[in-house]
Design a protein around this ligand. Structure first.
Ligand code: URA
Length: 438
């Protein structure tokens, strides 16, 4: 039997800048899962890791130990190269809703396990649950069978999968230790590796609306995650994409699902489609469906134009108990009773749309979660957002706010309005796709 390593010894070693041994990392992860570590001891080590960092070996060891803290799924019975996409999170990021059925329509099986929104970044599960009846809590055998049958399934992480992350993430959220590269890397990669995937494409966001504010930090995070994926025998690539304005024109839950359905109907906003296609290209290459990027792009565009991607979304919604009627009739979605326009105060060009300046009021409307225990209001949100570079006249609509009631609305409308900057000269929109890390 291993001698017991005391939490305070491990905390002190990291506090003093030492490299933790695999035994110490195992003692930490198992101690957290078995409730042998108190929350204050766990939080203290998280803060020490946040401040001192971890070597690549420590990060890899933490990831693998967390991955084995619960069930590691086996999808070997499903034929094909199973490929997933994961985003580090942003404002208006509904790419998964478009990408999963789109890539599946091109022939690659997409087992997608997603998360819920927290703080300023939205979550795919909350968005999917805007569709009346849609179930994200399928038992694993039902999920695997659906993946084999229709080539796509979108669910939440089951309770058995990486229990260590559930506890660590809640504590990180409450102790300002989320934005740490080794901790984000271990959190994301442990869950992705436990899902039973064969390959992974990561969307690492950078900019004001992302965890990583600059490209250098985003690149560091991407390289750490790609390195771990590769070391575990799962081909992994990452695209660095900009989060310097909200993605698309809608922020919320129902409103983002509607925008995604529009995208699958061939009417998606240009920036959403650009990120979706760029990630889809790498998914089809890793799944060995396409031989080169131009071939992959052509297959994706054809699947949208032919209606195959929308048909796959319909199959997905039906398979998971959702009301497919919403796809043709958006009035079947939950509706927010109070609708207000935000009006441009001046003529010129949109020179900035601060993503956090939009996410924060969306959170106040109830579209997001202030803490892990909070519930979201699926109907509220913001639509019709004008984009950087667009010409605007005083009195034009900058966007529309959908609210549950009038309480706090004046302040919320003020905040939304302040997120927009109007200038005399046109500026180019931020470059969306920065680089590929592989
Ligand atoms: N998403 C996760 O799942 N974990 C993190 O640490 C950050 C984003």
């Amino acid at each position: 039997m291993q001698p017991r390593v005391f939490p305070q010894t491990i905390i002190a070693r990291k506090r003093d800048g030492h490299v933790l041994t695999p035994d110490e990392i195992a003692a930490f992860v198992h101690g957290v899962v078995r409730d042998e570590w108190t929350d204050y001891q766990t939080a203290a080590l998280l803060m020490a890791i946040f401040l001192r960092g971890m070597t690549a070996e420590e990060t890899s060891c933490l990831t693998v130990t967390m991955m084995h803290s619960g069930v590691v799924a086996d999808l070997a019975g499903v034929p094909g190269v199973k490929v997933d996409k994961h985003s580090t999170g942003g404002v208006g990021d509904k790419v998964s809703l478009v990408l999963a059925p789109l890539v599946a329509a091109c022939g690659a099986p997409v087992p997608m396990m997603s998360g819920r929104g927290l703080g300023h970044s939205g979550g795919t599960l909350d968005k999917l649950e805007s569709i009346p009846g849609f179930r994200v809590d399928l038992p694993f055998d039902v999920y695997a069978a659906q993946l084999g049958r229709i080539g796509v399934a979108m669910i939440g992480q089951t309770a058995e999968l990486v229990p260590a992350d559930r506890k660590l993430y809640a504590l990180r959220d409450a102790t300002a230790t989320v934005e740490s590269i080794p901790l984000i890397c271990a959190s994301i990669m442990s869950k992705k590796l436990a899902e039973g995937i064969d390959a992974l494409v990561l969307d690492v966001k950078f900019g004001r609306g992302a965890f990583m504010k600059d490209t250098a930090r985003a690149r560091e995070l991407a390289a750490a995650m790609v390195g771990i994926g590769r070391a575990m025998g799962k081909p992994t690539r990452a695209l660095l994409t900009s989060m310097d304005q909200p993605l698309g024109c809608a922020v919320g839950n129902t409103v983002e699902v509607v925008e995604s359905i529009e995208a699958l109907k061939g009417r998606g906003p240009a920036d959403l489609m650009e990120v979706t296609y760029a990630l889809g290209v790498h998914m089809l290459l890793l799944a060995r469906i396409a031989s080169h990027p131009a071939d992959a792009r052509r297959r994706l565009e054809t699947a949208v134009a032919s209606g195959a991607a929308l048909a796959k979304f319909r199959e997905l919604v039906a398979a998971q108990g959702g009301d497919v009627g919403v796809i043709d009739d958006y009035s079947r979605f939950p509706q927010a009773p109070v609708v207000r326009e935000v009006i441009a105060p001046a003529t010129g060009y949109i020179v900035d749309v601060d993503p956090l300046g939009i996410a924060q009021p969306a959170l106040l409307l109830g579209a997001g979660r202030i803490n892990v225990a909070a519930t979201v209001d699926h109907a509220v949100g913001i639509t019709g957002l004008m984009k950087i570079g667009a010409p605007v006249r005083a009195g034009d609509r900058l966007c529309t706010v959908h609210a549950r009631d009038d309480s706090d609305l004046p302040g919320i409308l003020q905040q939304v309005s302040a997120a927009f900057k109007i200038g005399p000269a046109r500026v180019a929109p931020p470059r969306l796709i920065d680089e590929l890390v592989e």
